[in-house]
Design a binder for this molecule. Structure first.
Ligand SMILES: Cc1cc2nc3c(=O)[nH]c(=O)nc-3n(C[C@H](O)[C@H](O)[C@H](O)COP(=O)(O)OP(=O)(O)OC[C@H]3O[C@@H](n4cnc5c(N)ncnc54)[C@H](O)[C@@H]3O)c2cc1C
Length: 436
């Protein structure tokens, strides 16, 4: 067993990578981050060639906390000798591939990262330390940073169907279901569903499916709301107002914000519409693509490669069935407690839905000593708001975790004030300090 760490990070997605990058200059902190992957990768199953970032590249791993960091996107552009051409290319939104490459470039420089290391168990010992089983060794640490990401969500009717002909979108490129010459059904009207449908419609003759059907529960294929005032939801000042609200009100507010995070980007919608126009009027292949909004998939019959999906149409109340050989479930993700926390579970405070109860500074509430903290990222949209699973506040949140860990203001990120007045004037909530 080696010397115990100040912080052990579980998972190296963007969120713990951001934390690792901001901790890197803090040489008095011993931190190590573990990931089971062989190398850094960002949603490789959905890294479609033309997919773009739904966030400004300025919201990179570090800049919002430390614009002088050597791990900024700007630093990456300079180091990889492309700054002038990047400016000249005038991307409305940068390619996701490039942002993943940037994050991989940062990961390649951080000595605190360890890949091919699976954390299979975490317990708290009588020595007052967390004990992590990492591959075959034990690592001890005073604090944890959990960022293992959400897990794919599959609808109840699809349970048991996953296989070579039925894949979740998160594995679309990894499992690469055989679509050539076959009827493909894509379920889910968000960005992932849209990107997959666009990819299928764009495939050339030999690789093209026989037909593509796209189903969305929403009344239409709805755009993401990226308007300036909506973007206020993704700023620290708004978060402070949101946090002061009681749970039921938070739920209602979140429901009203759905399209601010889950809608389809305008560029993807336009590309899809133009492709559909081309297929319909120029190629005259009216049977090739069918877009079915306002449909709730309610039952799946048939076996692998010969599916029959039953849909309820919210527009006119009708019931219909469609047949397909391949089913792609672009049905989103859900938060789940990682199995490695099982030994600690009796000591964690969980709510009625078995979610973490969050305390100050992104710490999970548990019955251990106050100076032994479990920081957790991307686990609490219900309590921490719409920005929690997004990149927008990533660097800001990492900075707050660094400050909490080190017990002083290393990064001065507090004091953001919203341009809008969210709370009722005189409401006590206005005076609350950030409660997380
Ligand atoms: C396709 C897609 C595109 C997105 N695009 C955007 C966007 O443009 N803008 C935006 O704001 N948000 C976007 N998001 C949302 C969000 O930014 C990402 O989901 C982001 O990857 C979340 O980061 P994370 O660090 O929480 O988790 P993840 O990226 O999921 O990383 C978690 C890591 O933990 C590792 N891990 C898990 N368990 C263990 C274990 N026991 N031991 C070791 N390692 C473990 C996994 O291997 C993984 O590498 C997108 C999401 C998806 C799915």
């Amino acid at each position: 067993m080696t010397q115990s760490l100040d912080l052990a990070g579980i998972g190296i997605g963007p969120f713990n990578l951001s934390l690792a990058a901001l901790l890197d200059p803090q040489t008095e902190v011993s931190a190590r981050f573990f990931d089971r992957r062989a190398d850094f990768a960002w949603h490789p199953g959905m890294m479609l060639p033309n997919a773009t970032l739904q966030t400004s590249w300025l919201k990179d791993l570090v800049a919002a906390a430390d614009p002088t960091s050597r791990y900024s996107f700007l630093a990456y552009l300079v180091a990889t000798k492309r700054l002038y051409r990047f400016i000249s290319a005038e991307f409305d939104a940068i390619l996701r591939r490039e942002f993943a490459d940037y994050m991989g470039w940062v990961a390649g420089q951080l000595e605190s990262l360890r890949f091919e290391q699976t954390v299979s168990a975490v317990d708290f010992g009588p020595d007052g330390l967390f004990h992590l089983t990492v591959n075959d060794t034990t690592v001890t640490a005073r604090n944890l940073s959990l960022a293992t990401g959400p897990v794919p969500a599959t609808p109840a009717w699809a349970e048991g169907a996953l296989g070579p002909n039925c894949v979740h979108s998160s594995r679309f490129l990894l499992d690469a279901p055989k679509v050539a010459g076959r009827r493909v059904i894509v379920v889910g009207g968000g960005q992932s569903g849209a990107e997959i449908v666009l990819d299928l419609l764009n495939r050339s003759d030999a690789a093209a499916p026989a037909a593509v059907t796209w189903i969305s529960r929403r009344p239409t294929f709805a755009p993401i709301d990226e308007a300036p005032f909506t973007n206020e939801y993704f700023m620290p000042g708004y978060l402070e107002a949101f946090l002061a609200q009681p749970p039921q009100r938070k739920e209602r507010i979140l429901a009203s914000q759905k399209l601010a995070s889950d809608g389809i980007s305008h560029a993807t919608l336009r590309a899809l519409y133009q492709r559909l126009y081309e297929i319909t009027y120029l190629d005259r292949r009216r049977d090739f693509a069918a877009l079915l909004p306002y449909r709730d998939a309610i039952a799946l019959d048939g076996g692998s490669g010969a599916y029959r999906l039953t849909l309820r149409n919210g527009f006119d109340g009708g019931i219909e069935t469609i047949d397909g050989a391949v089913l792609i479930l672009a049905t989103g993700y859900r938060i789940a407690l990682p199995a490695c926390l099982d030994p600690l579970r009796p000591r964690l405070s969980l709510d009625d839905d078995r979610r973490f109860v969050m305390g100050r500074d992104y710490c999970v509430t548990w019955d251990g000593p106050d100076d032994r903290r479990i920081f957790a990222q991307n686990v609490g949209r219900q309590t921490l708001g719409i920005a929690d699973p997004q990149l927008s506040l990533m660097a800001w949140r990492s900075a707050r975790i660094v400050n909490a860990l080190m017990g002083r203001t290393v990064y001065a990120v507090d004091g953001d004030v919203s341009l809008l007045r969210w709370e009722t004037a005189g409401d006590a909530g206005r005076d609350l300090k950030l409660a997380i």
